[in-house]
Each structure stands twice: as C-alpha cells, then as structure tokens.
Design a protein around this ligand. Sequence first.
Ligand SMILES: Cc1cc2nc3c(=O)[nH]c(=O)nc-3n(C[C@H](O)[C@H](O)[C@H](O)COP(=O)(O)OP(=O)(O)OC[C@H]3O[C@@H](n4cnc5c(N)ncnc54)[C@H](O)[C@@H]3O)c2cc1C
Length: 436
Amino acid sequence: MRRYVIVGSGIAGLSAAEAIRHCDAKGEITLLAEEPHGIYSRPGLAYLLTGAIPEQQLYARSQAELRELRLNWVRIPAARLYPESHEVILANSQHLTYDRLLLATGSTAVKPDFPGGDLAGVVKLDNLDDARQILKRARRGRTAVVVGGGITALELAEGLNARGMCVHYFLRGDRYWSNVLDQTESRIIEGRLKAEGVVIHYLTQIKQAIGKRGELVGVETAAGEYIPCHILGVAIGVRPRMEVAQLAQLKTERGIAVDETMQTSAPDVFAAGDVAQVYDPRSKRAILDTLWSTALMQGQAAGVNMAGAQTPYVKGLAFNVTRLAGLTVTLIGGIGSGRDEDLLTIARGDSEAWRVTPEAWIVAERHEVNRLRLLVDERIIVGALVMGDQTLSRPLQNLIANQVDIAPIRQVIQDDPGAMIPLILNLHRQWTAQHS
Ligand SMILES: Cc1cc2nc3c(=O)[nH]c(=O)nc-3n(C[C@H](O)[C@H](O)[C@H](O)COP(=O)(O)OP(=O)(O)OC[C@H]3O[C@@H](n4cnc5c(N)ncnc54)[C@H](O)[C@@H]3O)c2cc1C
C-alpha cells in the first residue's frame, strides 16, 4: 500500500488528493494542514467581504465528499522534509514517512515595506481568518486606506467600501493595474470605483503607518499628508511559500521548479499550485501563476503522477474571469506589459503569462463600459481582454487556445474595429462546425 503525504489543504492539495484516490483506492493519503478552517475558496473571500455571500458558501466540497476521499487529516504543518530518507517532520516534531509527497503550500501576501507595517489594523487578505478580522475591524472604524495593485487591492477597497467605510485607495503609479490593463481599461475601473465613493490618490506612497499602543491610528504619505484610519489594507503582491522546499534543498527559483510531471528536483517529491514554477510552452519560460483554476489542474496532474502515471502536465492558456469594480473582466493569453509600480511581486489571481507583451498588433473596441482588446500577430490571436459584455470570452478562449488562423478576417478587423465582434463570432461558429 502506497503512502502519500500532501502538504497544504488548498485547492491544489485537494485536487491532488481527489486524483490520487481516483487512481489508487487503497493508498493511504495523509493531508498536513496548517489552515484551521478546512478547504474553501480563496477567491470567494472577496465576495464574503462585500457581503455578497455568507461564509458557508465558500466551501466547495461537502463533508460527505471529503469523507469519501478517506484522508488522514492532520491539522499540523510540515516543518522539515528529508527527501533522501522519504521523511517529513511536523511542527510538533512528529515524524512521518512517505512514498510520494506533494508540496502544495500556496503563496502568502508580501509584508508591508514601510515602518509601522506590523501594527494591529494593518491587514492582508490571504485566508478566512484575515477576512474575519477585517470584517470585525470594519464594524468599529470609519476610514480605511488600501495600498497595492491587482485584483486583491481592489477587492479590499470594494469590500471595505461596501461595509460603509470611507476608503482611500493609494496608487504609487498613475493608474490602476498598469502591467495588465491598458490606460483606457484602468480609467474605466477607476471611474467606477470613484462612483462608488472610493477616493483614489495617484502617485501616492505610504511613508509610515502610525500607531498608538500598537494600534493603527493613521498613515503618513511620502508627500507629508496625514490620513487618520482604522484599517490599512496592503496587497502589494504574493510570494510562494517555499520554506520547506528550500530547507530540503530542492531546486527553487521564484517558485519550486518542477518538471513536466510536476516532480521537483527530488525524486518522489512533487509540487503544484501557487508554489510551483511551471514551464509555459507559449512564452517558453518557467513562470508562476497564482490562479485558482491553474492550481486545480496542476494538483490533478501531480496526483495522477504520484499514483504512478507518467502524464505530462501541459500548461494551458492563462485564463481568468474576475470582477473589477463590479465589472466582469476576462483575461486570456498574453495581454499585459512590463511592471506595475504598485506590485512588488506577482498579484493574487494573476499569471506571469499576462505580462509578456506579445509581438502583436492591438485592436480595441469600446462602447461605454464594454471593451474588447485583442492582441493579434500575423496569423493568430495571442491574447484578449474582454470587459463588460462577455459574449466573446469563451469563443476567444477557443480561438486563442487552438491557434485558429485569423488571416481571412485580419485585414477587415484592422481597417474597421467596429466589425470585430460579428467577424469573431462568425469565425468561431465556422471553426466549431468544422471541429464538432
Ligand atoms: C482574496 C483572494 C482573491 C483571489 N482571487 C482570485 C481570482 O479572482 N481568480 C483566481 O484564479 N485566483 C484568485 N485567487 C488566487 C487563488 O485563490 C489561488 O491561486 C489558489 O488558492 C492557490 O491554491 P493553492 O492550493 O496552490 O494554495 P493556497 O490556496 O494558498 O493553499 C495552500 C495551503 O497550504 C498551507 N500551508 C502552507 N505551508 C504549509 C505547511 N508547511 N504545512 C501545512 N500546510 C501549509 C496554507 O496554510 C494553505 O492553506 C485569489 C486569492 C485570494 C486570497
């Protein structure tokens, strides 16, 4: 009977456990969990903050479904890993041996880089305890400041605003999420935030968070402005949790390096999810994704291979549907460019694949809040951003993932971006008819 150990009870750990159980009915699966609240949706935390969903709705699997997996659930984190002896040491010094082990330790918010960052009231949004703490504080205070870029910063600003707080959103740069959105898209999102009552401060950095008896009372900006506040939300990026891998001297770069079967540099040790750095055939680089769907698929691939298969994991097209200031935004393939001053590292719900500006011609179509931006090379569409009306997001995902030749419509679109929507839909219809 094979002994499997999974370190981390996020979606990557869960999907690996499900895949293992599917392939190996008899194996013993031990799940080492630092998280006290079981397996829940981290993206759902944003909806919990705004009040759109209750806590129970965060749980993606029922107790009965989890019982069927017959996991040996140990609520103690892993502290050390010894790949040569196939041994893992828990935080309480207990030893476990394994035949196959998965590191699915996820990622965590980067700590604030200014003085006062450790005051009570300076918050991050990594897990359910963080969300509960934010909600509790929001009941007691009137003003909040949020710093950072990407999806999580916006979710913090919107969540606190929805809880009745006056929110000041600080941007180091001159627009929101500048490495993924273009100028028009940033302005659409900022306009909607302002309409909701969020006060945006451009080109603004925190000099220090100021406290009294360990509690946050305000922030001072680099320009010398003082804003009293009760909550300071920080979302300046995330970093993969590689401590256990590094102590075990596994090969790590920005994440734990894995091969095409999700195996690390140590035999029988696998990694998946936010913590894994995976080869991306499109950008031809090993990259990080901090996406829920990617973590799920990597966990599945790792689980199958841990159970004995040799199935390569091929990283799919980066794809994410998210809500920014109440607007649905779908990001597909390579669409961004360069750096974002508001992020020290990758953001939550982000893929490094988005930041690679392809050698492409950009065509954009805008009607009020609906916007469609395509990145097109000589023959194919390489990336797309669909904001607002989502009619084209699935067709575009198919056309991009399958590298469908767009030569027949390329020139027409270039000459008349207004014709883009019917032409794309028609091309997709034809392609689907040929491939069904
Ligand atoms: C607020 C928020 C919004 C998000 N929005 C989106 C979105 O819109 N779209 C999207 O695609 N993704 C989004 N994400 C990201 C998405 O949730 C993650 O990509 C996904 O959860 C990664 O899953 P994972 O299993 O790799 O890691 P995690 O979910 O981070 O789970 C890792 C687990 O391992 C545990 N752990 C760490 N070290 C140890 C140890 N030594 N021993 C035992 N356990 C350990 C951690 O406590 C954690 O429970 C969001 C995340 C957050 C927090």
